[in-house]
Design a protein around this ligand. Structure first.
Ligand code: DGJ
Length: 741
């Protein structure tokens, strides 16, 4: 029966021709091999003679009729390296002499800590399988969920752990998945940073041992992001070469380990961070891990990020409109945000003055940031008291919201629901609601404490005030902020041995509140912000329509940050504001054109004090917002090519995006500082239809000399785009569009 199914699927795939399309999940019952095909990718694993689930292949799509041989365990390399440890298992329990990173580690009530998982059974699932493993002796079951995306070949993997014993077990480590790549020479890419300096692409040669990428902070973190890529070879390449990559969908403490074992094989294991982890599974209970997505590209880091962008837009982000693979979220409204203009000094009059100017620029959405609630004058007070400050807004929010609507914009509001200032009514009433260890100090950051969202009363309070706010006011958008990490993460409502469950329960309740809000207010859109890019991951992006990548809005710094951001995340969610010059952070002065073009590479916003804009600045911003609106979909949902990276002190940088049907392309070019009169490099464009004719139109910034205005895709890709000799200087920017004739 299963063999017959394989034959049918094979025939189907063969009929799809050389350009592999569609997906298939087939089980070869004779060889006990599971095979998943999607896009240009094949992934395979099998049950080896010992009963372990062993990875067999992950790479370019294999022929539909190719038969993958049965799993054979790797040999015992020495008496010090057992076959159990050298065999690349899909989800290895810690037991039986495993020295590499386990996917799961448990302690039983009787003190036994040995867990050896063998294949038990499986069932088909949409574009994949659910494969059940069981401990060799005890009734601990782990169901591995697999599915593959037919277009991008991106796999989603997760695990459900179930205790069918009569005693509780404590889970000390639980990964979503472990990925294996055969022995070889590789470069590891990952994203690191700090507040105001997120999204640094860090690249290093993989060498023996383990590289740990993690957050122990209770949330995703600025310092590392749950994304990795492994490139074949020692020289990173944007355009060519094999890349295996993955991203973890979890907004709590997480960990990804990248390990080169003693035989040079690579294993990447990711899921809940095992640091301070302890999840008690009572008899009959289950624990579900987050999803770990994984993909493969033969076209370098550029190819990898295009696949990930496609997948995020098509499958992860909320509110997709359209059908099937064409379903996509709408490009984001161009927003105005008041933070850098007023900080917490908000008032009805001041916000209306900003709104009038924003509307004159062609902005779609007006967002009032921090300062509108409770006794919020500085960051010392107010968080937790989500009523409108009557001194600042004597008639409530309605007059401001009505005015914003009359100006043909919709209205958005800032909130920070999981936080409380000790100087607040909420804290005075419920001091027990914060994360804390009784009798120990409560460490403040930015004068605030973290509400323990794992508690049901806190969860209900948060949902309740947000629901009320949205019921009472016509609000289209919430900017959901989160401005500190955890300390003293105690949860004394639970017995001592269960208190560490806070790491899972907090994040699950966050997702619950977000999904409940979406059910009750389906039109309200959300931004995930955590002092900039501290909560960006594929977990929160199931609920958030956009993210705030960084509080650093310097347009030059943003080029590198945006470059880093796009390795993992689509420009669709990458909000980018144009703010004042000189910039508050670097004291650097840049032209409005430069600032606009830097921000136009993502989802555009304005965050400057526009009441001070000159007529000329108003005209420039208005013209560029109109130009952006025309090509926005190509920029944020098209295929992104990072033509010249701004990293490593590059004098130049450039990006290009091409829309789905290759009828439009947008190019951005930036100069840091011309040296020795060097002209801007010729830009060899990518992704166009070589046979089609495209007309080049400058959007801003460069006078074209020596370039045709109409030429074939082949011309633009082979000869390249010459930006013109006048395109020189300090902090210069240019943008172009190409439209198919
Ligand atoms: C941090 C955010 O990243 C800023 O944009 C702003 O909203 C402030 N918080 C407000 O306190």
């Amino acid at each position: 029966m299963q063999r017959a199914m394989l034959v049918v699927l094979s025939a189907l795939l063969a009929g799809l021709g050389a350009a592999a399309q569609g997906s298939a999940a087939a089980y070869d019952g004779t060889a006990k091999v599971f095979r998943l095909d999607g896009g240009n990718v094949t992934y395979a694993f099998g049950v080896n003679p010992r009963g372990e689930l062993q990875q067999l292949y992950w790479g370019g799509r294999l022929g539909a009729t190719d038969r993958i041989p049965a799993a054979v365990p790797k040999r015992e390399a020495a008496s010090f390296d057992s076959s159990y440890t050298t065999t690349p298992q899909e989800y290895a329990g810690w037991g039986a002499g495993l020295f590499v990173e386990p996917a799961i580690k448990v302690t039983f009530t009787d003190g036994n800590r040995d867990l050896v998982l063998h294949y038990d059974r499986h069932e088909s699932a949409t574009d994949g399988f659910n494969v059940v493993l069981k401990d060799i002796k005890r009734n601990v079951f782990v169901t591995l969920h697999y599915s593959i995306d037919p277009v991008s070949g991106i796999l989603s993997r997760s695990a459900t752990i179930e205790n069918k014993e009569e005693q509780p077990i404590t889970i000390e480590q639980a990964a979503a998945a472990a990925w294996s790549v055969p022995a070889g020479h590789y470069t590891l890419d990952y994203l690191t940073g700090r507040w105001g300096g997120e999204w640094t692409l860090t690249q290093e040669k993989l060498s023996p041992g383990e590289r740990v990428i993690e957050s122990r902070r209770g949330s995703t973190g600025h310092q590392a992001n749950p994304w990795f890529a492994i490139e074949a070879g020692d020289a990173p390449d944007e355009n060519a070469g094999e890349v295996w990559f993955g991203a973890l969908a979890w907004s709590g403490s997480w960990r990804i380990t990248v390990e080169q074992d003693q035989l040079d094989a690579i294993r990447v294991t990711g899921g809940f961070n095992p640091f301070d982890f302890g999840y008690v599974l009572k008899p009959g209970e289950k624990l579900e891990t987050p999803v770990f997505y994984g993909g493969y590209s033969a076209h370098g880091l550029g190819g990898a990020s295009r696949l990930l962008h496609h997948y995020e837009v098509a499958h992860v982000l909320p509110r997709r409109v359209g059908d099937g693979e064409d379903a996509a979220p709408k490009p984001r409204p161009v927003i105005y945000n008041s933070w850098e203009a007023t900080e917490m000094n908000v008032s009805e009059e001041g916000q209306i003055a900003l709104a009038e100017k924003a509307a004159a620029l062609g902005v779609d959405r007006f967002v009032m940031d921090d300062g509108w609630f409770g006794q919020r004058k500085t960051d010392h007070a107010g968080l937790g008291d989500w009523y409108v400050n009557s001194q600042k807004f004597p008639h409530g929010l309605k007059p401001l919201i009505d005015k914003v609507h009359a100006l043909h914009m919709d209205f958005g509001l800032w909130v920070e629901p999981e936080m409380v200032n000790p100087d607040s009514d909420l804290y005075r009433k419920h001091p027990d609601w914060v994360l804390n260890f009784p009798g120990r100090p409560r460490s403040e950051s930015r004068n605030q404490l973290v509400l323990n969202l794992a508690r049901q009363d806190v969860r209900d309070y948060v949902l309740g005030f947000l629901d009320k706010l949205l019921n009472e006011n016509d609000i289209a958008f919430l900017k959901w902020d989160y401005n500190r990490n955890w300390s003293e993460p105690g949860w004394d409502q639970l017995p001592p041995n269960e208190q560490k469950e806070v790491y899972v329960a907090f994040t699950r309740n966050l997702y619950w509140v977000l999904s409940e809000l979406k059910k009750r207010h389906p039109k309200v859109e959300l931004e995930s912000c955590s002092g900039g890019g501290g909560r960006v991951d594929l977990g929160i992006l199931q609920y958030a329509d956009e993210v705030w990548p960084s509080d650093n809005t310097d347009p030059f710094d943003r080029l590198t940050q945006q470059d880093g951001f796009t390795y993992a995340y689509t420009p669709q969610v990458m909000m980018a504001w144009v703010t004042d010059s000189p910039h508050w952070g670097n004291k650097r002065s840049t032209s409005l054109q430069y600032r606009m073009l830097s921000s136009m590479q993502g989802s555009l916003g304005i965050g400057a004090n526009i009441t001070k804009f000159t007529d000329q600045e108003m005209a420039t911003a208005k013209r560029l917002i109109a130009a952006y609106h025309q090509v926005q979909k190509t920029i944020v949902q098209g295929d992104l090519y990072r033509l010249i990276s701004p990293r490593n002190g590059s004098e130049f940088s450039a990006t290009q995006t091409v829309n789905k049907d290759k009828s439009q392309s947008v190019v951005f070019a930036f100069i840091h500082s011309t040296q020795e009169g060097r002209g801007f490099p010729i830009l060899k464009l990518k992704g166009l239809d070589p046979k089609a004719e495209y007309t080049l139109t400058p959007i801003e910034g460069a006078v074209l000399k020596g370039s045709p205005t109409t030429a074939s895709g082949a011309w633009w890709m082979n000869h390249g785009l010459v930006t013109g000799d006048d395109f020189r200087g300090d902090f210069q920017a240019a943008a172009f569009r190409l439209d198919r004739k």
